[in-house]
Every structure is written in C-alpha cells, then in structure tokens.
Design a protein around this ligand. Structure first.
Ligand code: G6P
Length: 611
C-alpha cells in the first residue's frame, strides 16, 4: 500500500509530485506529503488526501527541481500529520518516503534511542531515516553507501526514495517487496509505485527488481545491488495511454471501468480467441501446456475479488477440463502447511500483481516444487515476474479501488484456459466447441446491452439506498457472483452484505429475513434454475424483499420477485460474466446516493502490499 513518487530534472518538481500522488491515491489516502529541494529543503505533509495537502503548499516550494512525495495507507502509527511521510532524520540530513513494512523496526529503534537518536513519529519509516543518518555520520561514508548499509540491516519490505541534504544532486531509490518504477526522460527521471504517474511524461521505464538500488542524478542513473554490484538497467516501453488513466467524462473511475468491460474483454480476447474454427491461443502458456493438460490438480490462489474469480475458475476447470480444483485465500494457504505435489499446477490471480499474501503464497508453492502460473493485469508487476508462465488480462489500468473490469477479464482468461484444456484433452465435440466460441465472442455485446439498462438499475438502487443489511444468494457458477456482488456493496456503500450459496440460506441466514432486508438472488436460467426458484419462494414466504438477476424473458421469477435485473440469455459457463454487471452498477449507484467516496472507500486500498 502507499504510493510514492519522485522527480529529478529541470522541471518544477512540485506539480509532477502532486499530479503523481493524485494518480496513486488509490494505493492509500490517509495522509499525504511532499519534500522539495530548491534553495533549501522543504517538507509539507498532513493528514488527509492530496487535496488537503494542496492547501499547505505555497510559492516557496515552487523553485525546486528535485522532490519526493507520498500518499499513505497507515500500518505503523495512526494517520496524522506527524506520521505522514516524508520523514526527516534526527539531524535533518535525510528525508525519506517508504512503501512497505520494516519488520525489525522496534529493535532498530531501541538501539538508536540508546545512542541518543530522537524520534518524532511512531512509524517504521522514521527508523530507517535515522538508521541511514546514524551510519552516514558515524562511518563518514557517502549517502549511497549509508543507504545500502542501512538496508542490509533491515528485515521487511520496502520501496523507498531517499534525499540527502548534503548531496542534493541525487535521489537514491531501492526496492524489496514493494514496487518501484523509474521513468527515463531527457535529462530527467520520474519515480513512482506504478507507471500511471509516469506515462504522461515518458513511455521508457525501468522496473526495479528486489534488491536493486538506483542512484539517480538528472543526467545519469546507476543501478546496483545492495552489495554494490553494478548492473545494466533494462529499459522497457509502456503501452498504456494517458487517456486510459483519466476518468474520460465519467463521474467516477468505477463507473468508467464498469462501462469499459465490453472493450476490456475484447482486448483480453484479442489474438487469443479468433474464430469458431481456430484453437484458443494463449502464448504465455505455450511452454507449459503439456504439464497444464496433464495436471492432476489445480490450486488457485488470490485475495478479494481475484479470489472470487478463482471460484468461478473452479467451476470452469472442473466442468470443462475435468481437473480437480482447490481455491485458496493466499493469506491462509501461505501460513498452513499445504500439501503440494510436483504435478500440481498453482494459478495465482491478481489484478495488481503486487498483493503481498499472493506473492508469498507463490513463493511457498515454488519452493515446494509446483509449477506456478499467473493471471495478472499490471504488466511488469511482481507476480508475472515471479511465476513460471502466465496470461495477462488486458483490462487496462483499474483505478477504482473496488475491482470490476479486472474481475470479468480474470474470468475471461480462466474460461479461455478451461476451454483450451478441454479441447486439447478431447473432452468437447467440435460442435460444442464452435457453440462455446460463438457464445464467448458475443459476451461483450451482451454486456453492452446490460449497460444500456443502467437507469433501471439506478431506480431500484434508489429504493434500497438506506438499507443496513443485505443478503446475496447464488448457486453453481452464480455463487461466486453472489459473493462478489456482496463484496461490491459492502466495500463502497458500507452496507453490510453477506454472500451465500442459495441452498445454505436455510442453515442460518434465513433467520435474518424481514420486510426490510433486500435479498439479491442471482437466478439466471441454468441447471440449478428450478432449485433457485424454490429458494426465492422460501424468501417470499417469509415476507422477504427479493431483487433477482434473471434471464431476459423469464416470467416465473418476474412474478415472484419484487424487482428484477434482466441479462441476455447465455451459456451457463459464461453466466458469471454477465450477471455480475448489474450488481456492480447496483452497488455503485447506492454508494453514490449515500454520498460515499466510491473510488476511494474508507480504510481500503487498491493494492495490498502488506500482509
Ligand atoms: C484489495 C482490493 C481488491 C482486490 C484485492 C486483491 O483488497 O481492494 O479490489 O480484489 O486487493 O488484489 P489483487 O491486485 O491481488 O487482485
């Protein structure tokens, strides 16, 4: 979590930092701060968002051409002005911004206090600033060596940028566990937690690897390891466009991203699903196909919405590819003593490619000899770099904290994989394969149709904006959709929402039903249709209020439910891709009506880089 930015060059650094922080606010928004080096070094920081920080900025910061900035998601120390970054060392020689956690900070802090070093904040980051300064002063080494020596004593994760007042011509950046990207301009460099603040200035970037330290002057970048081995940086070209990271006329990123789904699914198909006559082609899996096809078991790991996509994957792989699947929360998997066999295939799903628990679970699975594949959205992020092979979802940048288009693109990739394996194993007939591919390519058009009915969904949302509790039910492929629908509602509107397999309702949640609590039932026409109709009757028999997601033309449920959201007819295996869309819109409209900050819900962050 936390977003960090930096700049060194000829420009006025402040606007670069502030624009960058606004783009990174999805990573945390408890407090914000900048440090700019002009005639002297000035720091401004405060609790709150970047717009709050802007109120503290004055002309005196305008002249600096070197600077760093930070937007925080608090781990150590409550969000307040003092704990906000940047942090200055005790004698004011170093200023630092940091994303990650220094696990041994308490011991380091005690040892520094014993040596009369004074602390102002409760953060682990200030310990690092003081440790660097302590080594710098005691050993009389330069700033770079002081940083490398300090980092060699640190246990934990960091993406950090350091400024030294005595050496104002450089920034020192380092990475272990938390992402850091450097944009390469013409006699200028841009640093950020991801590429979004950089893309408007340059498309040439260097992704730092764990253990890298970069010493950056405006005319030169030197990349080293902590142990001082120099290495040639690899400059890559970004393929995102500035338009992709703006709201594009929508009120919120989340709404824009919901409406982008037809395009992002098409982008995820492109070059992979061509025609009913040709095979699905996933280039990233080419080298591992034999092992994937032969797999006895697939273990899918992820967190949050990505875990929900994994659940849809379980149904797809078992149904189509006849491979047994387990879906695990990465955070549970990594701390158990899981049984992993050499012929298991582990699939890690992550939008950001940076989720700490998912990364740790990948490392554990690799240690135990499994082949690990990744399904990620952010190109060049940590997970694709640590996995054996994988498939990118081409959803484009997802900025809204609540995931929407990433989910449908993850499910699209899982469906492509399952269909491809099924075909290679000879489990589907040519005719069924052609039908499936035809249906698959019609999905974007069908989503467009659902989106055209957004005003009907908004009207229903109006009726339920004051709800305090809600229940989401689904069966089969639609059970993960119920979970995802409930997650969307609770995370952005703060209405308590519980997702449940519809048949399990009888074992507990049925007790909650009253005339006020909306029960959202995902009940499109599939093999469980008759069963879910019975579940709806059970709710209605207890005077419950039912909002149902149904297949167009369904009159049976329409007559029973209080409200319906219609989706086009679709093959069971793709039902999740369509049925989730009205639920995303429903949550969105409710949250807006309740005055919630839809793109930046309280306490959450887009990319959870702490465990
Ligand atoms: C956070 C985000 C969720 C996301 C989850 C997993 O909780 O708010 O939207 O689903 O992390 O993130 P990942 O990047 O690994 O998919």
């Amino acid at each position: 979590m936390c977003g960090i930015v930096g700049y060194i060059g000829e420009r006025n650094a402040l606007p670069v930092l502030i624009n960058g922080l606004k783009r990174l606010e999805y990573r945390g928004y408890d407090s914000a701060g900048v440090a700019v080096l002009g005639e002297n070094l000035q720091i401004r920081k405060c609790k709150g968002k970047v717009t709050d920080l802007e109120k503290h900025l004055d002309k005196s910061l305008q002249s600096g051409t070197v600077g760093i900035g930070h937007t925080r998601w608090a781990t150590h120390g409550e969000p307040n002005d003092v704990n906000a970054h940047p942090h200055e060392s005790h004698h004011g020689k170093f200023v630092i911004i940091h994303n990650g956690i220094i696990e041994n900070y308490s011991r380091l802090r005690d040892r520094l206090i014993e040596r009369d070093v004074k602390f102002k904040s409760e953060t682990d980051t200030e310990v690092l600033a003081n440790l660097i300064e302590f080594i710098y002063e005691k050993s009389e080494v330069g700033a770079e060596l002081a940083v490398r020596l300090a980092l060699s004593k640190v246990i934990g994760a960091y993406g950090l940028v350091v400024m030294c007042k005595d050496e104002p011509d450089k920034l020192i950046a380092a990475r272990k566990g938390s992402p850091l990207v450097i944009g390469v301009g013409n006699e200028e460099y841009f640093l950020a937690s991801d590429a979004t603040p950089i893309v408007e200035y340059t498309k040439s970037v260097i992704y730092l690897n764990d253990g890298d330290v970069a010493i950056i002057r405006k005319e030169q970048l030197i990349l080293k390891t902590l142990k001082n081995d120099e290495q040639g940086p690899t400059v890559q070209q970004l393929n995102i466009d500035i338009g992709e990271i703006d709201k594009g006329g929508y009120e919120h990123f989340m709404l824009k991203e919901i409406f982008e789904q037809p395009k992002s699914i098409n982008d995820t198909f492109r070059g992979r699903v061509r025609s009913e006559e040709s095979e699905i082609h996933l280039g990233g899996l080419y080298n591992v196909l034999p092992k994937l096809i032969e797999a006895e078991r697939i273990i899918i790991i992820g967190c949050g919405t990505s875990w929900h996509a994994g659940l849809v994957g379980e149904y797809l792989f078992e149904d189509l590819a006849r491979i047994s699947v387990e879906v695990e929360y990465a955070s549970e998997f990594r701390y158990r003593n899981p049984i992993i066999n050499h012929d298991d295939v582990v699939i890690a799903i992550s939008q950001s490619g940076e989720t700490a628990d998912t990364l740790a679970a990948i490392r554990l699975a690799k240690e135990r000899g499994a082949m690990v594949l990744g399904i990620c959205n952010v190109v060049g992020s940590s997970i694709p770099r640590e996995t054996d092979a994988g498939v990118y979802t081409h959803a484009g940048p997802e900025i809204g904290v609540a995931s929407t288009k990433a989910f449908t693109c993850q499910v699209t990739v899982l469906a492509m994989m399952a269909i491809m394996i099924s075909r290679k194993k000879g489990l589907i007939t040519d005719e069924r394969y052609r039908d499936i591919i035809r249906e698959f390519t019609e999905i974007p058009g069908k989503i467009e149709k659902i989106l055209r009915h957004n005003h009907d969904i908004k009207k229903v949302a109006e009726l339920f904006q004051n709800a305090t509790n809600s229940l989401y039910l689904g069966r089969g492929y639609l059970f993960p959709v119920a979970l995802e629908g409930a997650l969307k509602l609770k995370e952005i509107s703060y209405i308590h929402a519980e997702g449940y397999p519809a048949a399990e309702m009888k074992h507990g949640p049925i007790a909650l039903i009253d005339t006020k609590m909306p029960v959202v039932v995902v009940a499109t026409k599939d093999s469980s249709y008759e069963k879910i109709v019975s579940n709806i009757q059970e709710v209605k028999a207890r005077n419950g209020v039912v909002i149902a997601v149904v297949t167009e033309g369904d009159t049976v449920i329409k007559n029973m439910a209080d409200h319906v959201f219609e989706i086009p007819q679709v093959d069971n295996i793709f039902a999740a891709l369509l049925s989730v869309v009205p639920l995303q819109l429903f949550s969105y409209y409710i949250a807006v009506m309740r005055g919630c900050n839809v793109d930046q819900p309280r306490n959450l962050a887009k990319s959870v880089t702490v465990e």
